[in-house]
Design a protein around this ligand. Sequence first.
Ligand SMILES: Nc1ncnc2c1ncn2[C@@H]1O[C@H](COP(=O)(O)OP(=O)(O)OP(=O)(O)O)[C@@H](O)[C@H]1O
Length: 229
Amino acid sequence: MLTLEKVRLGYDRTTVVHDVSIEVPDSGIVAVLGHNGAGKTTLLRGAIGLLRPMAGRVVFDGEDVGRLGPSARVARGLAYVPQGQQAFGDLSTRENLRLVAEQHRAPASRMDEVLDLFPALAELMDRRAGLLSGGQRQQLAIARALLTGPRLLMLDEPTEGIQPNVVQLIERTIVELAAAGLAVLLVEQHVGFALQAASTYAVLTSGRITDRGEGGATSTDTVRTAMRI
Ligand SMILES: Nc1ncnc2c1ncn2[C@@H]1O[C@H](COP(=O)(O)OP(=O)(O)OP(=O)(O)O)[C@@H](O)[C@H]1O
């Protein structure tokens, strides 16, 4: 579904991601694992169109989308949940959701499905997003991405800095979404859940892929060695 072909990304004259190739198939979870500063966020920013590739191609459903901006890529079925539980803090949960739903002409049934996934949000519809906990705001951020009706969901460290009970909920939801047919590209610095849930993984070290293979707990030792942990 999404192919990054020898993609080079960076800022001004600094190259951060060096000719990286990654294939995300039509279904299942692909994990990109790497330490802080490895270039994981930069890679996702290139995939969604916040950064233009300096070299290489970003191909989605056979189309080279490398020159398209984020809205055009979202319209084609890509969605991106950045790190840090972003939402419009002054708007309520409902307003945050409605903004996306209206912009993407989401049918009412999609809103119902999303709220079924995150029942806690349904109880917090009138609360300002700025007053939500980190875990609640992360659920809101994923819900907003799902309202765009994606076929591929890209998540940047979705459980970072979140209380443990919500971590489990988010992990369970990611697995459920993937089981229901959504393709997922999950970027993580922690090996545990991401590797276990993934069909395939790649280790990113200083902007280069240093190891890749099949997901699952059996790959843990290989990945830990590749990441030097
Ligand atoms: N806007 C920017 N301008 C210049 N350099 C940047 C910018 N954003 C990130 N970088 C640099 O790019 C490198 C990779 O950062 P990136 O955020 O992609 O890594 P990461 O693997 O996602 O790390 P983390 O887990 O800390 O988010 C770092 O050296 C960082 O300082």
